[in-house]
Design a protein around this ligand. Structure first.
Ligand code: SAH
Length: 350
């Protein structure tokens, strides 16, 4: 049993069952035993790999899309160049390298990272060393100025609640104890449920997820962009509407029981984009494969392939396929672009 499992079992024994959101928050960000607070989980030796860790092309194309949007909006200066949940800092490093040649972009950019993990803040500081970066605890602290922002696999880490519709109405899925082990259960019928689009038309028996922190985060970003202009690119796995139970754990690159190793497995849920898109004055939405293809990933891949041979070339081709192919990340991952009303269309969308 993990040390955090012990703590959670004691807490539930004293205070009763907890929500999936409380469980997720403790597992990911507990100050002593949390998954993100205690480790660098990325890469072959870690638990999972993300798009920027698969290939430099991902960050390069995102960087050029943000810079193009900045030029299209009249090159506002100063502006915030922000990333939510930057992991190892790889994506921001690729963005900054790819945009070096855009006149005035770096001079006007104030680079800001929203990161909860002290361990990962140190890794990001090392990755981004030549650049001056600031760290924030949340989007509410973003400066009041034009905002160009990226968030890759950030919202999937924010705590969700789960609700199930039965004959007597909605109940919340909770985590309690059976024979001193963590187990799923249901609350008594609820007088009220969160008011998101995801609950609309749910049939009896349906399980619906709600991520309040995701809606709060996107609302904070959308407000800045509505006031001052800019563009946010939010990339994650998920779909337009709630897709049932998507609460999942990943440990050593393999699926795990989400209750089995609290604090030692990555916990996520798929992102529902419709309730998030509804928070912005204007938006665009597509699959990652189409988005990267429109931004020119095929040409960039060919250019990089010219300098590669053997295993390196094979890895590069596999990375290109992994990011774009519908059977890999191309369809499962979606891109939501948030802009202000009447702004030029964001690069990478039809
Ligand atoms: N964007 C990176 C990492 C994704 S993992 C990549 O694509 O590789 C999720 C990241 O979000 C980690 O950096 C994690 O520490 C951070 N994070 C998770 N929950 C957070 C929260 N509530 N507030 C701020 N950062 C958080």
């Amino acid at each position: 049993m993990t040390p955090l499992a012990q703590l959670l079992i004691e807490r539930i024994r004293e205070d009763g069952p907890i929500s999936v959101a409380d469980y997720m928050a403790e597992c990911l960000l507990h100050p002593v035993h949390g998954y993100y607070t205690t480790r660098d989980p990325f890469g072959a030796a870690g638990d999972f790999t993300t798009a920027p860790e698969i290939s430099q092309m991902f960050g390069e194309l995102i960087g050029l899309a943000l810079a193009q949007a900045w030029l299209d909006r009249g090159s506002p200066a100063p502006f915030t160049l922000a990333e939510l949940g930057p992991g190892r800092g790889t994506l921001m490093a690729d963005i900054l390298r790819a945009t070096k040649g855009v006149p005035g972009f770096h001079a006007a950019a104030q680079v800001v990272l929203v990161e909860a993990s002290p361990v990962l803040r140190r890794v990001q500081a090392a990755t981004l060393a030549p650049y001056t970066t600031g760290w924030l605890d949340g989007v509410e602290d973003l400066p009041e100025q034009p905002l160009f922002l990226v968030a890759n696999e950030f919202l999937d880490a924010l705590p969700i609640r789960q609700f199930q519709r039965g004959p007597e109405g909605w109940r919340e899925r909770l985590i309690g104890l059976r024979a001193d082990q963590l187990t799923f259960g249901l609350s008594a019928p609820l007088p009220q449920i969160p008011e998101t689009l995801a609950f609309r038309n749910a049939p009896e028996g349906a399980l619906v997820e709600d991520c309040l922190p995701a809606r709060q985060t996107v609302a904070g970003v959308a407000t800045r962009i509505a006031r001052h202009g800019g563009l946010a690119l939010i990339i994650d796995y998920g779909g337009w509407q709630s897709q049932g139970d998507t609460f999942q754990a990943l440990r050593n690159h393999a699926p795990d029981d989400p209750l089995a190793h609290p604090g030692e497995a990555d916990l996520t849920a798929h992102v529902d984009f419709e309730p998030l898109a509804a928070l912005a004055p204007a938006f665009a939405y597509d699959r990652q494969g189409e988005f990267l293809t429109r931004l020119g990933i095929d040409a960039r891949a060919e250019r990089l392939a010219r300098n590669l041979t053997g295993a390196a070339l094979e890895n590069h081709r596999a990375a290109h396929r992994r990011l774009t192919h519908p059977e890999e990340m191309g369809s499962l991952f979606k891109v939501l672009a948030l802009t202000s009303a009447g702004a030029p269309p964001p690069p990478g969308f039809a």
